[in-house]
Design a protein around this ligand. Structure first.
Ligand code: MTE
Ligand code: MO
Length: 427
């Protein structure tokens, strides 16, 4: 190792020529370096495997890059729908669009877990290389990797726990999950930029063979040497990673995609379960609305400025009723298609003379929290299929599904499909 190239020792130059003290310092530092180097080599040796190679790392990185990019974009879409900027365009067709994008979000997140583990395993000896910092660029590269790895591990872990509605931490899941996404994409872009020559050299099987055969190739530590000889082949290892990723995907994606529902062994929600064959996240008892929801004097209030109208359940049921097949698509990834029947929201708006391009504030009888109120942009309120639903799958709404009335709109995140509605205000 050339110590002059080692940033840690650059400052020694300052000591040159100060005689005895400098020589003792040099000697001490040399000893320390040798010791650390030996220690690292022995740890590296323990982790060595002939399977590890740059090609393997590149192939795994390619997959992981794909799952992370898709996961990021679908997550961004979900966030935009829930916290829309002024320019936001709200797609309402196909009606299952959000069910698909959020299902893909959670599924690619789950697929990333075995891929991330394999990728970390493939580069593990690199993390223990000595010296830790060779130059400023090398330092930046390592810092970006450290950030990427730690942010990714936290991201997939809290994301997975969120699908089980388990929040064993003191921070806001939504905010942290969102901002870590940006940290990951930023550090990933930096990492790819720094590694571009290496990625290009090992991208295809041909280029990989050429790079490995090139006489001027850089020295590869023993642990990173290309696979040769008996034991696991790289192809066998990749097949095992593909298989484990496939298994976790196939046994969980059935919470989001009906054609895989039969294989859903591990996801927290199963299709066609729950009251009226639709899963629920929060019961009326948990929301503390049983009394108000079952009260015989329940009325819906619709208002626009000073115009206000109240409607009993019987009056609502006497209005023209429409029936549509629409999914509930939870941000946690599960979704369920169902047949909803009720009053068009835009008919209610017309009753109070609201302008067609108005947005709405919907209030639940559930007080406080994120579910107490939701805002509905005009793109949904004007849609034929946006209903104040009174019936689900051919029967009055179950109490846990939002009896006496709930919102159902095409292409919206489930969290905005407010249950136990009692007020619709034009804003
Ligand atoms: N008032 C209220 N509305 C609510 C909720 C809630 O807890 N309270 N949960 C939301 C979430 S997160 C989802 S996914 C859907 C679930 O609808 P379901 O229970 O009818 O399946 O309702 C939404 N509407
Ligand atoms: Mo949800």
């Amino acid at each position: 190792m050339d110590q002059r190239s080692n940033g840690l020792f650059a400052f020694r130059k300052v000591w040159r020529g100060t005689g005895r003290a400098a020589r003792w310092f040099d000697l001490g530092m040399d000893r320390l370096t040798t010791l650390l180097q030996q220690r690292m080599d022995s740890v590296n040796g323990r982790f060595s495997s002939r399977l590890r190679s740059k090609r393997l790392t590149v192939v795994l990185g390619r997959w992981l890059g794909m799952t992370f990019a898709v996961c990021f974009l679908t997550g961004l879409f979900s966030n935009l729908l829930q916290n829309p900027p002024g320019w936001m365009f709200f797609p309402t067709r196909p009606v299952w669009l959000y069910a698909a994008t959020q299902g893909i979000h959670v599924t690619t997140g789950i697929a990333s877990i075995p891929l991330l583990a394999a990728k970390l395993w493939s580069v593990f000896p690199e993390l223990l290389r000595w010296p830790p910092l060779k130059s400023v660029v090398h330092g930046l590269e390592r810092a970006s990797i450290a950030l990427f790895v730690s942010a990714s591990l936290v991201e997939v872990t809290i994301g997975l726990l969120n699908t089980f509605q388990w929040y064993p931490w003191p921070f806001s899941f939504k905010d942290v999950h969102y901002w870590l996404g940006w940290v990951i994409i930023g550090s990933l872009a930096l990492h790819i930029a720094v590694k571009l020559p290496l990625i290009r050299a090992h991208w295809s099987r041909q280029s990989d063979a050429a790079a490995e055969a090139a006489p001027e190739r850089e020295t590869v530590p023993a642990a990173m040497a290309p696979a040769t000889g008996p034991g696991w082949s790289r192809r066998g290892f990749l097949a095992a990673i593909t298989a484990s990723t496939g298994v976790v995907v196939l046994t969980t994606a059935g919470q989001s995609f009906p054609w895989l529902a039969g294989l859903n062994l591990f996801a927290p929600r199963r299709m066609d379960t729950g009251p009226q064959a639709v899963p629920i996240n929060r019961t009326a008892a948990q929301a503390g609305v049983e009394g108000a929801a079952l009260a015989p004097d329940w009325v819906l209030t619709v208002s626009s400025g000073s115009v206000q109208k109240t409607l009993t359940l019987a009056q609502l049921a006497a209005l023209p009723q429409y029936s549509y097949g629409l999914p509930i698509a939870c941000v946690e990834g599960w979704s369920q298609g169902a047949q909803w029947r009720g009053v068009r929201i835009r008919d209610l708006m017309a009753m109070v003379g609201a302008p067609a391009d108005a947005g709405l504030q919907i209030s639940s009888m559930e007080k406080g929290g994120v579910y107490g109120r939701s805002f509905m942009p005009a793109a949904y309120s004007q849609d034929d299929q946006t209903l104040l639903a009174l019936e689900l799958n051919g029967a009055p709404l179950d109490l846990d599904h939002g009896y006496p009335a709930r919102i159902i709109a095409p292409g919206r995140p489930g969290v905005l499909q407010t249950k136990w509605v009692h007020k619709v205000e034009v804003i």
